[in-house]
Design a protein around this ligand. Structure first.
Ligand code: KIV
Ligand code: NA
Length: 277
């Protein structure tokens, strides 16, 4: 089916139909999201941790992101394709941010970019939108700023930080975002924001009074052997099942039970075999 666009997301929002977003980092995860008819596939910089084994998202380079966006594009034909702008690729200047956004569109075929930040990023967001690249905002917990925030923790639970989040959301709405991720804030604050802006809010750890939800696919599938964050719902436990399967394979290789020549091999024409001998 035809690829969804920012227009599709707008239509869902207007019809009050919740918007589904998941992350993808390669063709396999992108294809699963495609077949599950997920509205938006986000090549989140969480791929730095999930797929590349980094401690946080900060080491990811723009070229790394392009590489993964291209793979996701090849694996997914229907979801709106949004790419994160990595840490270090937009903070220096508006020009740097516009250049990075355009690179993700030109080289990765992203249809939109996501950028972390509120009031301080609003002028930059405006420039990217003016350049013709739709922008998804990202408010609340900003993982790229975990060094400043002192970790990955709930945001907006004090008066000062709640007021800041509302201001941030209004500023980026004004700057022209087509949607905004709201990460790790109390449910009621996410509702308040959702009621006070007129673009979709995509929650992660923000309750259900928002316009849509996003989760990291590795979390949904239980791909890692670790306790997930409170807001995650694991829909399967891939890690445990996959580990059992590989242990089983290992045992069968060692014992010779796999491959079974009658099922997993190819028969040879006996005349040819005799001549080869
Ligand atoms: O990088 C990411 O996966 C994200 C989502 C969790 C919103 O930014
Ligand atoms: Na991200």
């Amino acid at each position: 089916c035809a690829r969804k666009t920012v227009r599709t997301i707008q239509n869902l929002y207007e019809q009050k139909i919740p918007i589904s977003v998941v992350t993808a980092w390669d063709a396999i995860t992108a294809n699963i999201a495609d077949e599950a008819q997920i509205d938006t596939v986000l090549v989140g910089d969480s791929l730095a941790m999930v797929a590349l084994g980094y401690e946080d998202t900060n080491a990811l380079e723009l070229e790394d992101m392009v590489h993964h966006v291209r793979a996701v594009n090849r694996g997914n034909r229907s979801s709106l394709l949004v790419a994160d702008i990595p840490f270090g690729s937009f903070e220096e200047s508006e020009a740097q941010a516009v250049r990075s956004a355009i690179t993700l569109v030109k080289k990765g075929k992203a249809q939109a970019v996501k950028i972390e930040g509120g009031v301080e990023m609003a002028p930059t967001i405006k420039k990217i939108v003016q350049a013709g690249v739709p922008v998804m905002g990202h408010i609340g917990l900003a993982p790229q700023k975990h060094n400043t925030l002192g970790g990955f923790r709930l945001q907006g639970n004090t008066l000062q930080s709640a007021v800041k989040i509302v201001e941030d959301c209004k500023a980026i709405e004004e700057a022209g975002v087509f949607a905004m991720v709201i990460e790790c804030v109390p449910n009621k604050l996410a509702k308040l924001v959702t009621d006070s802006v007129s673009v979709p809010t995509i929650g992660i750890g923000a309750g259900n009074a928002v316009s849509g939800q996003v989760l990291v696919t590795a979390d949904i599938l239980g791909m890692e052997d670790k306790k997930p964050a409170k807001f995650v719902k694991q829909y399967m436990h891939f890690h445990g099942q996959a580990k059992l399967a590989l242990e089983n394979y290992n045992d069968e290789v060692k014992s010779g039970a796999y491959p079974d020549p009658n099922h997993h091999g190819y028969k040879m024409n006996s005349e040819v075999l005799n001549k080869v001998k």
